[in-house]
Design a binder for this molecule. Sequence first.
Ligand code: NAP
Length: 285
Amino acid sequence: MSAMILEGPAVANAITDDVASRASALRDHGVRPKLAVVRVGERPDDISYERGLAKRAEKAGVAVEAHALAEGATQEELLDVLDALGEDASVHGILLFRPLPQHMDEEAIMERIPEVKDVDSCRNSSLASVFSGKEGFAPCTAQACIEILDHYGISVEGKEAVVVGRSLVIGKPVAMMLLARNATVTIAHSKTVDLKSIVRRADIVVACVGSAEMIDESYLAPGQVVLDVGINFTDDGKMVGDVAFSGAEAKVSAITPVPRGVGAVTTSVLCKHVVEAAERAASKQ
Ligand code: NAP
C-alpha cells in the first residue's frame, strides 16, 4: 500500500485563507499588515523566493515592501535600513535574506531586527522564546513542519520523533516544537552512531540533512510519518529531498513530497507570522 501524500500546497492554501480573513479584519481597523524584505546582492535563490512570496502575500492580504542593497553595500548602510524599518510602525515584520556577504557581521546585524518584527526567527532571543514556549516567532520552515502535521490531524503526543539534522534554522527548533507537543524527541546528526536503527524506530521522522535522498527505505519502517525538509539538486538538475521518495512512499504511512512538500508551506507561514505581529501591535495600541 502506498503512503498518504502530505501535500504542501493544500496546507499553504488553508493557512492563506485563514490569514487573509485575519488581515481583512485588521484592515477594517485601519491596519494593513506589512512585511519588509531586505536583500543584499542579487542571489537568484533570494529573488525567486521573493517572487513566490509576493504572490502568496497578495492572496493573504499582506503588503510586501522590498529593500534591495547592492552586494558591495556597507554594514552601516544595511543597519540604517534595518533601524528605519524597526522604527516604522507601519512595518510589522522584517525578513532579511541570509547568508549576508562575507564583509558583514551577520550575527550583529540580525540582532538589530526588533524581536516583535522578527518573523523568521533570526535573533537568538527569538529562538530562545521558541525554546522556552514564550511568544516568539519560530523559523518558518520549522513551523511549516508543524503546520503540516496539524493540517492532516497527525498528533505527536506520546510518539517517538527522530529529527535528523541539528541546525539552528530547522533541526533544533523543529525538535523543540515537537517536544512542546509532548513527543519524545531524538536529534540525530553527522556523528550519530547507527542512524538507521534510530530512524527506523521513530513514529515521526523529520529529515533536515541537506544530502540528496540519503534516507532510503532501509532507514524506514511501516506506519511512520515522514517530513522531508531537504532541498537538493541532482547532477541533472532535478530537485529531490533528503528522503528517497519512491521507496519510502511504498513503505511508510504518510510522507511529504519534494517539491510540493514542506518548502511549499513556508511563505504562507511567513504571512501568518506577519499578521500575528500586526495583531499583537494593534492590541497594544
Ligand atoms: P545544515 O545547516 O547543513 O545542517 C544539516 C544537518 O544535517 C547538520 O546538523 C548535520 O550534522 C546533519 N547531517 C549532515 N550529514 C549527515 C549525515 N550523514 N547523517 C546525519 N546527519 C547529518 O542544513 P539546514 O540549513 O538545516 O538545511 C537542511 C536541509 O533543508 C537542506 O537540504 C536545505 O536545503 C533544506 N532547507 C529547506 C527549506 C524549505 O523551505 N523546505 C528551507 C531551508 C533549508 P552536524 O551538525 O553534525 O554537522
